[in-house]
Write a protein that binds this ligand. Sequence first.
Ligand code: PMP
Length: 372
Amino acid sequence: MTAAPTSTAAALPTAASPPAAAVVGPRLSSGYHSLQVDVDVRLNTNEAPLAPPAGWMDALRDGLAHLALNRYPDREATELREALARQHGVAPEQVFAANGSNEVIQCLLLAYGGPGRAAVTFEPTYALHSHIATLTHTPVTSGFRRDDFTLDPDELVRVIAAARPAVTFLCSPNNPTGRVEPPELVAEALSSAPGLVVVDEAYGQFSPWSALSLLAQPGAERLVVLRTFSKTWAMAGARLGYMIGAPAVVQALQTAALPYHLDSIKQLAGRLALGFEAEMRARVAIGVEERGRVAAALGQMDVESWPSDANFILFRPMHHDSHEVWEGLLARSVLIRNCTSWPGLAGCLRVTVGTPEENTRFLVALGEVLDE
Ligand code: PMP
């Protein structure tokens, strides 16, 4: 039986009588965005400074000629997951790939978060962990790092014991502060957290160790390690990231992801990129050398800076207004990240390590701004 049309019509507001309740607005008034402006030197989003290897581009062009783009992609991303599994010495059932590691985080929180299931972060850290948690109605409890941005294991245990989180986020090396978490700290999180322990290793290739080495430890069925092609693989524009963890977690994420979320071009691009690991490692080595040069130069300037195990450096002008410094750099066509409004980062700026020429441009511009 259908309802009488008159009763529905009576409930509809007319132009003369607006609805009593306002339209419900979005949960968050602004998202997480980095400024995208046209500058000579772009050092604000921790991308690789160089284009991907030419050989990869050629292979991708050849591969594209054979892709059946009229068909939906392989929903399981079988070949890509097999290639990633081989690279990391795990089973394909332990790998889930998505549109950037941000989408992996979103799937994790869709599958394991939600009302009544807490997520824990340790600030300052990567803002998207708490941002996506909030978007998925997952309550967030945050612990805080020490003044030198290391994480006190007692704070870790205290916050986990209080929140009993479904998802605990760690980030190693930590964005935006730059340091790697020690293995003992991640092991401690695994033994004290009741739910998933997600170790975001977006900058993992710069790190002296990986949480992947804990996959054989007790509790490892709750360990999730995130990786991305956006940084060292020089493929931020291709949007590809992945996680390695237990097959049951992979299955849960596959359920949370939209059907065919990973397009065929991306699956091919990622698979081919893995054939260029030597080139990727060579670029990481150059980045590490340049990071040392930039860090040493910052050490001679009127700024405080923190040690980094990644491709960026956090620093704080000591006697200048940080926002003015950031603007002074922008006026010289050098764009870096202004972190001063982020929790625990008052006065802080973050610079990505770029090419030697870009880094020199940044250092010269910073010197000028600090001399003003
Ligand atoms: N995790 C961390 C710590 C990051 O810094 C970033 C990128 N800024 C991401 C994840 C997201 O990377 P992707 O491009 O793979 O979504």
